[in-house]
Design a protein around this ligand. Structure first.
Ligand code: SF4
Length: 169
């Protein structure tokens, strides 16, 4: 511990891995395209309700990143909403657990038409590492109709933006 402390004080090197360089212009273009596609399709901005149906929270960390100061998707008129009644898209993560099945069905029923369901992450598509668990009902498509799967464990914020653009195209 003392050695690490001296190293960090004297050498001034970060003790964690450096973050990968991100292409800000590319991200801004993706988010802008998504905002435009939503306006073309809906005549307004896109409202997204996130539903964790039983994930490990890895997918949530990437989804939350879309709202942080770096990605900041609200600047393009895309927003996460607190109620399915205000949502156009349900962004669902994780395999559906027995405890979340009814909540997912009720959330789907409470979302007004037209609505889209996006299953984000490998678990949402196939149950992933949780396949065969006694606690899981199955993938999202076994409970509600799914319009788009975004693969990845977890999918990156860029993958999520690309997926949403594909949905609105
Ligand atoms: S896809 Fe990966 S990160 Fe997402 S819920 Fe499953 S195990 Fe976790």
């Amino acid at each position: 511990m003392r050695k690490l402390l001296f190293q960090s004080l004297l050498l001034q090197l970060p003790l964690t891995e450096r973050a990968p360089a991100a292409d800000e212009a590319y991200l801004a273009e993706l988010a802008q395209n998504l905002g435009l596609a939503a306006r073309r399709r809906l005549g307004r901005s896109l409202s997204i309700r996130e539903v964790d149906a039983g994930s490990c929270n890895g997918c949530e960390l990437e989804i939350h990143a879309l709202n942080n100061a770096f990605y900041d998707i609200e600047r393009f008129g895309l927003r996460f909403v607190a109620s399915p009644r205000h949502a156009d898209v349900l962004l669902v993560t994780g395999p559906v657990t027995c405890n979340m099945r009814e909540a997912l069905e009720r959330t789907y029923a409470a979302t007004p038409d037209p609505k889209w369901v996006v299953a984000a992450g490998d678990c949402a598509a196939t149950c992933g590492v949780f396949a065969g668990s006694y606690a899981c009902v199955g993938p999202v498509s076994s409970v509600i109709p799914v319009d788009l799967h975004i693969p990845g464990c977890p999918p990156t914020p860029t993958d999520l933006l690309k997926g949403l653009i594909a949905l609105m195209a």
